[in-house]
Design a protein around this ligand. Structure first.
Ligand SMILES: Cc1ncc(COP(=O)(O)OP(=O)(O)O)c(N)n1
Ligand SMILES: Cc1ncsc1CCOP(=O)(O)O
Length: 524
């Protein structure tokens, strides 16, 4: 008998102990199948063998009405006794090779995988799928290892590329984090995406399992239909002219709409960031308290998180979650990430919690994020060294982090993981004042807000909308062109007079000047 098709889009793992009070298991199961569940696993951790078989048999009977196959958690004997379609095995359960010998040839076998070696072993053993997790923290299972995190899934997917072994993620997946889960969990090399998600509580604990299942399934299906591009990117052909025109268009949008830019930043540069934001004609809000974040995310158009002195990590985490949920751009400036291990750990936690639209840093910061020691930081500043292959660094990091990456310097490199552009404006006096890089972050966040405002329709299945590469380029160009104009002024005598002149030149920047002075090359 041929193997039945395996549709992992919405994989329900059962959990009778998690039902809402008064809800019958079989009724809940039937409703979730009506909502579009595509595969069911019977997971019974407390039942004895007779009860497990009884529950499995009844579950199979109900699932048959919807033509949905049923797998059994851990137990080959229960699978054989109930006539289920296969099993899901854990790493300490029976090996796949032995299970294959005991089960009929058409039986489906899935296995849990929490790292690259387990994924590779599963593929080599001919697993039909791997259950990758735990993705997020969950109360439905006592976890013995750290959660994998969304950013941990990609390398496992790369290992599976080219094989017939499919992949679902499991652990803490809910409607509120599903797009972030799917968007972040992509192979950085293969761009392979998940085949679906496995959930327990998001459906089982719901008093309305049909609606819960429908909602999750529609998000998975919408994500699949959208291209697996980085954050929000439409696959646009880039030319220097189209980029210049786009940047000027965003500038006009900023002046028309005055976007509100929420900034969590450091106490060294907060004043400059507020002033540069006002100078571009946007409106800054500097707010850090976690309790304010839901209201601010509703009100504001973009968020800048500048690591700076990292005194507000709780606010950074809370803010990012809210902006992701509202699909509004987040620009992350990991200032001085290479300087301390606390900063590195904090950045990891932040990027595992929410998805940035743009990560911006100097070569030292980008190098630390990329995991390269070719260019080192000096505290929060870059050492002035450059990468031998900056194109590869920004492109690969953009692919890995699934967002636009901006590496500032004498030349600025920007990539969305597909295209790479180089900007060659700017003046060396930018290096002589404090906060030039931080101000570039504010400008990028403002142009990204405009890029999102440009797109009226919802990009269903995407974690954001708007052309974030264009937004990043616009922000960097605005500050670097203004710096050239400021440095050329006769009243500028050094770094002290340069800073106010820079703010003036951002304020007076015209679309014509941007168009005439912007030095943009498209490298890939
Ligand atoms: C689809 C899916 N993925 C992973 C698991 C976890 O299985 P395991 O590691 O064996 O843990 P238990 O479920 O047995 O507690 C799963 N059940 N399903
Ligand atoms: C069985 C299992 N394996 C890894 S996490 C998990 C529990 C998933 O449950 P929930 O979807 O409620 O977080």
């Amino acid at each position: 008998m041929p193997k039945p098709p395996l549709d992992l889009t919405l994989y329900l793992v059962t959990g009778r102990e998690l039902l809402p009070p008064g809800k019958d298991y079989y009724e809940s199961l039937d409703e979730s199948l009506q909502g579009g569940v595509t595969l069911v696993q019977v997971r019974e951790k407390k039942a004895d063998t007779a009860e497990f078989v009884e529950v499995a048999v009844k579950t199979i009977e109900i699932c048959k009405k919807y033509n949905v196959p049923v797998l059994i958690n851990d137990r080959i004997d229960v699978c054989l006794a109930s006539g289920a379609a296969g099993v899901h095995l854990g790493q300490t359960d029976m090996p796949i090779s032995l299970a294959r010998r005991l089960l009929p040839p058409e039986a489906m076998i899935g296995i849990s995988a929490g790292n690259v070696d387990e994924a590779r072993a599963a593929k080599d053993a001919g697993a039909d799928y791997v259950g990758i997790g735990a993705l997020w923290w969950t109360e439905s299972k006592q976890l013995v290892k750290d959660v994998l995190g969304v950013r941990g899934v990609g390398p496992l997917l790369d290992v599976l590329e080219g094989s017939s072994t499919k992949a679902v993620a499991i652990g803490g997946i809910k409607t509120t984090n599903i797009l972030r889960s799917l968007h972040g969990a992509v192979g950085p090399v293969s761009l392979r995406t998940l085949d679906g998600v496995a959930v327990i509580s998001a459906i089982v604990s719901s008093p309305r399992p049909k609606q819960a299942a429908q909602e999750i399934k529609s998000l998975v299906t919408a994500f699949r239909r959208s291209s697996p591009g980085i954050i929000t990117m439409p696959l646009t052909l880039r030319t220097p002219e189209s980029l210049k025109e786009g940047v000027v268009r965003l500038m006009a949008r900023i002046r028309k709409d005055t976007p509100i830019i929420h900034q969590i930043t450091n106490n060294v540069t907060v004043n400059s960031l507020a002033n540069v934001t006002l100078a571009i004609r946007a409106s800054p809000i500097m707010a850090t308290t976690p309790q304010e974040m839901p209201d601010l995310a509703r009100l504001c158009h973009a968020l800048l998180i500048n690591f700076g002195t990292i005194t507000d990590k709780a606010g950074m985490l809370a803010a990012g979650r809210e902006y992701n949920a509202r699909k509004k751009p987040i620009v992350f400036d990991p200032v001085g990430i290479g300087a301390t291990s606390y900063r590195k750990e904090a950045a990891k936690e932040i990027l595992n919690t929410w998805q940035a639209a743009v990560i911006k840093g100097n070569p030292g910061e980008i190098g630390a994020m990329y995991g390269s020691s070719e260019v080192e930081s000096r505290g929060v500043d870059s050492s002035g060294q450059v990468f031998s292959d900056p194109v590869k660094v920004v492109r690969d990091l953009a692919r890995r982090e699934r967002c636009v990456v901006v590496m500032t310097g004498r030349e600025d490199y920007i990539s969305d993981g597909l295209s790479v552009i180089r900007l060659s404006n700017g003046h060396s006096l930018l290096g002589d004042i404090t906060g030039a890089g931080c101000m570039a972050g504010s400008c990028v966040a403002t142009f990204c807000a405009a890029a999102r405002l440009e797109v009226e329709e919802e990009w269903v299945g995407r974690l954001g909308r708007g052309d974030m590469l264009l937004g990043a380029a616009g922000g960097v160009l605005a500050l670097s062109i203004a710096s050239e104009l400021a440095a050329a002024r006769p009243d500028v005598k050094g770094s002290g007079t340069f800073l106010p002149a820079l703010i003036d030149e951002v304020y007076n920047l015209t679309p014509e000047t941007m168009m005439r002075r912007a030095k943009i090359e498209v490298l890939e």
